[in-house]
Design a protein around this ligand. Structure first.
Ligand code: ADP
Length: 445
């Protein structure tokens, strides 16, 4: 099948030597809703603008409906873009705003029938004679959507279209966008830094970090089988617990992962995934535990595959329907440094009298060309043995979700059961070891 949009090894630099999009390859099927997800500054909008023809592609190929499109003028791409700031003409009514691109495309034709059909579809018939200043944020966004739809484009490109709206309206419009694009069957590329939005909208989610594609897959797959620790940490609320661990695999004893003051004993017989961990013997790894993998219960209540640890309550976060409990388990959190705002490394300027060795220069150049490992435990970004909690997290190295009826207070020592079937292990560079990378998604777990 011909792909609606294909990017082959596409790169883009704004300043020489710093790629903000680095060899991106992505195939988007006709009618698919693909979300580009990543922290601010990771190159999402740049990708969208290259597809729209608003930004030149430095290297690589863009195909639209199977045709080479790098040099196609934006107007010839039959693509409609919806922006964060709505971009409506303030001196035009909604009717004229929606009809404007139609008048440009087909000057002799009366745009009214198409404007009326679009307005009916969006339920904005009664807003057609108002100017943007007389509309609420949500209404303006509907008009902006109308302008995009009325053109009958072959693809929608949406750049954080909901981020200027309040949470309630965002949820509402999110559902509308999803229903509308599916009804129209138009290929959509949607940019957001909000993982919840990405997970609820996308047929597939493509996660970017520092201009480099980390993983692309269905929302359930990127959640259940994140390619690396960056994807694991970026997707899911509350954020996955990431602890520094040490694999101990004695030939004559049980295999454990030490978490500082406590350890996880891997149940025997070892499953295939855990047998693969043997090669990590004596090495530091990152243990990932989503909040649903840990529950508060006595050791006697352990089900098969659950192992016991304890935690000291550091903070109780009341959320209404549930409570997030922050425990101190005596382990050290693993910090994923550029979770919020990875920036491409600018080239290091050397003074002329100190050109460095050839190897130095090659290293510097390589550093600017690839995003590098997600996290490096050999050379921790923060050498402080007791670092501040990452990403503004409250104290405690392990967050557990529980029901509001459990009475927990600061300073209590609490028994915990960890479900080893939901254990993630990442290597020193942040790549996933467990579940094994070639394991097929078992999404019913
Ligand atoms: P995102 O959409 O993920 O927030 P962008 O694609 O807007 O990221 O930007 C990626 C990087 O490129 C950022 O570091 C940004 O500062 C830089 N950038 C974006 N546009 C320009 C530009 N016109 N000139 C120079 N740098 C730019």
């Amino acid at each position: 099948m011909t792909r609606a949009i294909s990017l082959h090894d596409v790169s883009k630099s704004y300043t020489r030597g710093t790629r903000v999009v680095d060899r991106l390859s992505l195939d988007i099927e006709p009618g698919e809703f693909l979300v580009l997800l990543g922290p601010s500054g990771c190159g999402k909008s740049t990708v969208l603008r290259m597809i729209a023809g608003l930004e030149e592609i430095d290297e690589g190929e863009l195909l639209l409906d199977g045709e080479y499109a790098n040099d196609l003028m934006p107007a010839d791409r039959r693509i409609a873009m919806v922006f964060q700031n709505f971009a409506l003409y303030p001196n035009m009514t909604s009717r004229d705003n929606i009809g404007f691109p139609l008048r440009i495309e087909a000057p002799g034709e009366d745009p009214r029938p198409r404007v009326d059909t679009t307005a009916r579809m969006l339920g904005i018939e009664d807003l057609l004679d108002r100017f943007p200043a007389q509309l609420s944020g949500g209404e303006r966004q509907r008009v902006a959507m109308g302008r995009a739809i009325a053109r009958h484009p072959t693809a929608f490109l949406m750049d954080e279209p909901l981020s200027n709206l309040d949470a309630k309206l965002r949820g509402h419009l999110r559902a509308e966008i999803s229903a509308l694009t599916r009804e129209l069957g138009v290929t959509t590329v949607y940019v957001t830094h909000d993982q919840a939005e990405a997970m609820s909208l996308g047929d597939r989610v493509a996660v970017l970090r520092g201009g480099v594609l980390q993983q692309v897959g269905a929302p359930r797959t990127v959640y259940a089988l994140p390619a690396n620790v960056f994807v694991a940490a970026f997707i899911g609320i509350p954020r996955i617990n990431l602890l520094r661990g040490l694999v101990r695999a004695p030939l004559d004893g049980a295999m454990t992962i030490s978490l500082g003051k406590q350890y996880l004993r891997l149940p025997e017989p070892l499953c295939l995934d855990h047998q693969l961990l043997r090669v990590q013997q004596g090495r530091e790894v990152i243990v990932g535990l989503r909040s649903e993998a840990v529950r508060i219960a006595e050791p006697a209540a352990a089900r098969p595959g659950e192992v016991h640890i304890t935690g000291l309550v550091e903070h109780v976060e009341f959320q209404g329907h549930e409570v997030l409990v922050h425990f101190n388990t005596g382990s050290r959190p693993a910090v994923v440094p550029d979770l919020e705002a990875p920036r491409p490394v600018p080239p290091v300027r050397r003074r002329r009298r100190d050109p460095g060795t050839v190897l130095d220069r090659l290293r510097t150049r390589a550093g600017t060309l690839r995003a590098g490992p997600v996290v490096t435990l050999e050379h921790p970004a923060d050498p402080d043995p007791d670092p501040a909690p990452p990403d503004g997290r409250l104290p405690g190295d392990l967050i557990v979700r529980t029901t509001p009826d459990i009475d927990l207070r600061h300073g209590m020592q609490v028994p915990l059961l960890v479900d080893i079937a939901h254990l993630y292990v990442f290597d020193q560079h942040g790549e996933r070891i467990c579940p094994a990378p070639d394991r097929l998604p078992d999404l019913e777990e």
